[in-house]
Design a binder for this molecule. Structure first.
Ligand SMILES: [Zn+2]
Length: 224
């Protein structure tokens, strides 16, 4: 078997996932990528030449938590991650579903370790664009512009909806063809991922849209 080419493997690990990979959590609507997807990515990028090891599993019943330290090794490089999960108790105060809780902490630890190789960052950054969120950091702006803008969009037809949903937290509104077209006026915006309904276009993008395009959009909207 040929030697593992570390830089090449990492490039493959960091690469963009197919559209639809990012999911929203049921409870808080935060964007995430399922663990199985990460696992599959590392498997294929390394051709199974990676290793994971749980270096520490602490099951703390009195304080009701599980702590796991995991190590992921790729070639001669390794990264550690820590995962925590809260132990639930039944009515009599006995811990329940302990095995599941341990699995959760393990999964989180592995995810944390993989995260240091920037797995999924390009995919998740668009969802973390609020000022307080990591994805809006100017030093990470490159994560948002790595795909060429799509070409050959059909001619605009005003009222028509497109199969795109606003990614703003809790919004999810289907975009109109006009809203979709409007996004194409923001320089360097990858609208296949940075998809916003008109109300939720972040200010820093909105101000880059030429004034006449905004006017045209508003006019079409009121014409209807
Ligand atoms: Zn929206």
């Amino acid at each position: 078997m040929e030697e593992l080419n570390y830089p090449e493997v990492i490039e493959k690990i960091k690469a963009r996932f197919p559209e639809g990979t990012v999911r929203k959590r049921e409870d808080n609507r935060r964007a995430y990528i399922p663990n199985q997807v990460y696992n599959d990515r590392v498997e294929s990028a390394t051709q199974s030449r990676w290793d994971q090891e749980f270096r520490e599993v602490e099951i703390n019943i009195p304080h009701r938590f599980v702590k796991v330290v995991a190590r992921v090794t790729i070639g001669s490089h390794y990264r550690d991650g820590i995962g925590f999960a809260e132990i639930g108790v039944d009515a009599s105060g006995k811990p329940k579903q302990l095995a599941t809780t341990v699995d959760q902490a393990k999964a989180e630890a592995i995810r944390e370790a993989l995260d240091t190789w920037e797995i999924g960052w390009q995919d998740l950054a668009p969802y973390y664009q609020d000022e307080k969120d990591w994805g809006s950091n100017p030093a990470l702006a490159h994560l948002l512009t790595t795909r060429a803008p799509d070409k050959g969009t059909p001619a605009p037809q005003s009222a028509e909806m497109v199969e795109r949903n606003c990614i703003f937290r809790n919004c999810g509104t289907k975009l109109s063809r006009d809203e979709w077209e409007l996004l194409s006026n923001v320089p360097n915006l990858d609208r296949s991922r940075m998809t916003y309904c008109f109300a939720h276009i972040p200010e820093q993008y909105r101000k880059k849209i030429p004034h006449e395009k905004l006017q045209e959009f508003q006019r079409k909207k009121t014409d209807r």
